[in-house]
Design a protein around this ligand. Structure first.
Ligand code: NAP
Length: 311
């Protein structure tokens, strides 16, 4: 099969479009014919070797841990899926990913694709949606009427987080640069702070929850906008729980894994029109390096999707 692989950690020029063997199937695996995959910052962080201390990858490696496609074949222990089913997944990051024509994914990590959107749109959702859901709902336990500040509402994670928080009935404030203000309002933000023109720390206040998708100084300043007992939940730098306790606030950190249950619930919200995918750009598999370079700029509005060539 055709795949985008790296044989060594390094720059995006390490990415080679080449023939690779079809994935071997374990008994509980589903072979998915990839229609589309998407780029997440973790892809190029892995490519650069930033995660090699945590996950010992064997080379060559296929990146891309989002997929929407069609079931080609199932292992003997698989019971929920059959060839021809349209599915989507955020597969296990320790295995080869979906920058390829086929990917093998455990049955437990797969859900049926939402029926009302295309594979390209569906491929943009799994990783960022599981992340936003686990941060806002599982960890911060966001409830209707609460006030939440979501950093980078126009980003891959932020654009879904804004919609999920709005659907939950929370009051949503988000940061975005001025040209993206109307867009994030259309996703459900009640208030938008242009982070170039204003320091959010001087504008936002009394938040029940802050969702930190940036880290560093942004996280540091975020403590000040939380009300007593409020929670700072991050997906970048792990916030100090001791520090939170000393301020009478709470800290949370999320590093996601596969979660088919969330994808099932999310799919229902998509089909009800409560969540819409936001696509920044679409590339072909041959242009995977360009797609990663774009992600690395940190300026994408929504998700960068890679079409793998099977309609
Ligand atoms: N722990 C986990 O499980 C997990 C899961 C997913 C993602 N992550 C991490 O979360 C981070 C965000 O991921 P992502 O996919 O959402 O990234 P992304 O899509 O690349 O984010 C790009 C967006 O961020 C905005 N932005 C950049 N700096 C900003 C700032 N200071 N304030 C407000 N907006 C800003 C940009 O808007 P402008 O162009 O207007 O600046 C752009 O729209 C990454 O570091 C990623 O690795 C972690």
């Amino acid at each position: 099969m055709k795949a985008a692989r790296i044989h060594a950690y390094g720059a995006s020029s390490e990415i080679r479009i080449e023939d690779a063997p079809l994935p071997m199937l374990n008994d509980d695996d589903v072979l998915i014919r990839v229609v589309a995959t998407s780029v997440n910052p973790v892809d190029w962080k892995i490519r650069k070797g930033y995660l090699k201390a945590f996950i010992p990858y064997e080379m060559p490696l296929i990146m891309g841990w989002d997929v929407s496609g069609v079931v080609e074949k199932t292992g003997p222990a698989v019971t929920r899926f059959k060839p021809g089913d349209a599915v989507y997944s955020r597969p296990d990051i320790a295995r080869n990913g979906a920058y390829a024509e086929y990917v093998a994914v455990r049955e437990t990590e797969i859900a049926f694709k939402p029926a009302t959107i295309s594979h390209v749109e569906a491929a943009s959702l799994p990783l960022v949606s599981i992340t936003a859901w686990e941060a806002l709902f599982t960890t911060a336990n966001l409830t209707p009427g609460q006030r939440v500040l979501i950093h980078a509402g126009a980003g891959g994670v932020g654009s879904i987080a804004v919609q999920l928080a709005r659907a939950k009935g929370a009051h949503v404030t988000t940061t975005a640069s001025a040209p993206k203000s109307a867009l994030v309002r259309s996703l459900g933000a009640d208030e938008v702070i242009d982070y170039h023109a204003q320091d959010f720390a001087n504008v936002a206040k009394d938040m029940d929850v802050v969702f930190d998708t940036i880290g560093g100084e942004v996280q540091e300043k975020s403590w000040g906008v939380l009300k007593p007992g409020g929670m700072l939940v991050s997906i970048t730098d792990r916030p100090s729980e001791d520090r939170a306790k000393a301020m009478g606030k709470r800290a949370g950190y999320v590093f996601i894994g596969p979660n088919a249950a969330i994808l099932k619930d999310l799919g229902q919200m998509v089909d009800l029109g409560q969540i819409r995918p936001l696509i920044a750009a679409e590339f072909g598999l041959n242009d995977t390096a360009k797609a990663q370079d774009f992600s690395e700029t940190g300026r994408a509005t929504g998700k960068i999707v890679i079409y793998a060539g099977h309609p």
